[in-house]
Design a protein around this ligand. Structure first.
Ligand code: GLN
Length: 503
């Protein structure tokens, strides 16, 4: 048997991308198919099958998504300290499979049980696969951003197919001849479980190529002790599920959880900081600035699965230029299609600017991200001027809003993951990646609250009134996004000092 590849052997790869990146690309693609497929159905499922009103469904949605991303912080922590990235990923994938099967069997009855398995599973899977991508590159390797961009294309390829397919099957827009009405939701959730199995098999089949990356951090312990810690982690993560069910199904508990996990993560980070030099700690503070701003970004962006899915269901026409399309499917997947189509192009723009010495630094890119976000929400607002008397407005113009927002996301999300791996010392990689996603948790949480306010204001209104209320809500978000972008660009010189040599 050959000795496993060392990390530096892997990092010394030739060409643009390491081959391991492709394997991770496919595992993540299938995982995101499953994740976004499920997620794109949640609000519509809660409203149409669980008879919740729009406000409750939005809060519930925000809670599930907040928990998903909050557990990435915990999953990152356990990976760094106990399981290593690879076992974490495998365990997370397994729990996601269980969750999606439970939902496929009986989504109405087992809704919160299935969702809770998925929450813990994603917590172990998502941050750690992203951290492994970072480890494929040596510290000073400038191919890293390109690697994260490719990986992000994989994320969105999965999100695109899953986001459209699952809800379209559930709504009966496609495969309606094959799938009996009574089984539509089961089949749609079933898709999510099948592709999650493919994701996990892809990882298992290819993980040998990762050599020494992501193996146990506890190799210095005697094997029995190590096993005990690992088994306790597995048992603990399943034992906590009843608590998650309770918290997710009750948005008041979600509030308490969100009030606690953020401060806890900060205290933990400050505690860890005592082990690092001043220069390293300055970088961690800079990472926190990125994390804080990303909360605002996601709170707006993540209207996608919440209020925007109700907006799509109520107010969008069911075609673009005569081609029949499911508006919810479009709302779930247009953004991903644009990411896949334009990620490489934007990468080339950065390289072109770099050659001329005028590539904006990461902070300015983040600021631009907000300006695009503002533009996109302004388009959502503007849809009201094209509406007919029933409050129906063109799907094509709405999709244009996602086109603009996508450029904002590309200025922020893949670059954000990459900058986390650059600004964190080795021993804190997964925790910092977890904190990056924890910011998404807060984003989701606030997104749920914002969406619920919009939905509440429009309860019992006519379709046209609904359109106007939603559109005006999006105008507010557009203004706040603009302010955030300007603020970020204004403080960029100070944060750059903290980042030192990192660009
Ligand atoms: N769409 C991206 C993904 O799923 C980013 C999600 C997030 O950080 N909120 O990876």
């Amino acid at each position: 048997m050959n000795a496993p590849l060392t990390i530096s052997e892997i990092q010394n790869f030739k060409g643009k991308y390491p081959k391991q990146l492709w394997y991770l690309f496919f595992s993540e693609m299938w995982e995101r198919f499953s994740f976004y497929g499920m997620r794109g159905m949640l609000v519509i499922f809660m409203v149409s099958q669980l008879n919740m009103n729009g406000q409750v469904a939005n809060l519930q949605y925000g809670a599930t998504q907040a928990f998903v991303y909050a557990f990435t912080f915990i999953g990152g922590m356990f990976a760094d300290k106990i399981l290593g990235y690879r076992k974490s990923l495998f365990w997370g994938g397994l729990l996601m499979i269980v969750g999606s099967i439970v939902l496929a069997v009986n989504p109405t009855q087992f809704f919160f049980i299935g969702i809770s398995f998925t929450i813990i599973g994603t917590g172990f899977f998502k941050p750690n696969i992203s951290t492994i991508v970072g480890i494929l590159y040596a510290d000073d390797d400038n191919r890293r951003d390109a690697g994260f961009s490719l990986f992000y294309a994989g994320v969105n390829l999965g999100a695109f197919i899953g986001g459209y397919l699952c809800i379209a099957v559930a709504n009966g827009s496609i495969l309606s001849d094959l799938v009996p009405i009574a089984l539509r939701w089961n089949v749609a959730f079933g898709f999510a479980s099948v592709v999650m199995v493919i994701s996990l098999l892809t990882f298992v089949q290819t993980q040998k190529s990762l050599g020494l990356i992501g193996i146990s951090p506890l190799l210095s312990l005697e094997p029995n002790k190590r096993k005990t810690y690992e088994v306790l982690t597995y048992i603990g993560s399943v034992a906590i599920i009843p608590l998650i069910i309770l918290m997710v199904s009750n948005s008041e508990y979600t509030n308490y959880f969100m009030y606690t996990i953020g401060p806890f993560s900060l205290v933990y980070l400050f505690y860890e900081m005592r082990n690092f030099s001043l220069a390293e700690n300055k970088k961690l503070i800079a990472a926190l600035v990125f994390i804080l701003f990303s909360i605002v970004f996601w709170a707006f962006f993540e209207q996608s699965g919440g209020s925007l899915s109700l907006f799509a269901a109520n107010n969008l026409e069911k075609h673009i230029l005569g081609v029949p399309l499911d508006p919810n499917g479009v709302n779930n997947s247009a953004n991903s299609l644009f990411v896949i189509s334009f990620a490489a192009l934007l990468g080339l723009v950065w390289i072109w600017l770099n050659k001329r010495g005028i590539e904006p630094n990461t902070l300015v890119k983040f600021g631009l991200g907000f300006l695009f976000l503002a533009g996109g929400f302004y388009v959502f607002y503007y849809t009201k001027f094209f509406a007919d008397a029933n409050g129906m407005t063109p799907l094509g113009f709405f999709t244009f809003g996602w086109f603009i927002i996508t450029f904002g996301e590309l200025c922020l999300s893949p670059i954000g993951m990459s900058i986390m791996t650059k600004l964190s010392p080795n021993k804190l990689q997964a925790v910092m990646m977890g904190m990056w996603f924890l910011a998404s948790a807060y984003g989701q949480y606030f997104a749920g609250i914002l969406g619920a306010n919009i939905a509440e204001a429009s309860e019992n209104s006519s379709n046209l009134e609904k359109l106007i209320i939603y559109a005006d809500g999006y105008k507010q978000l557009s203004i706040y996004a603009l302010i955030s972008g300007v603020l970020l660009i204004a403080i960029s010189p100070f944060v750059r000092k903290l980042m030192q040599e990192v660009k």
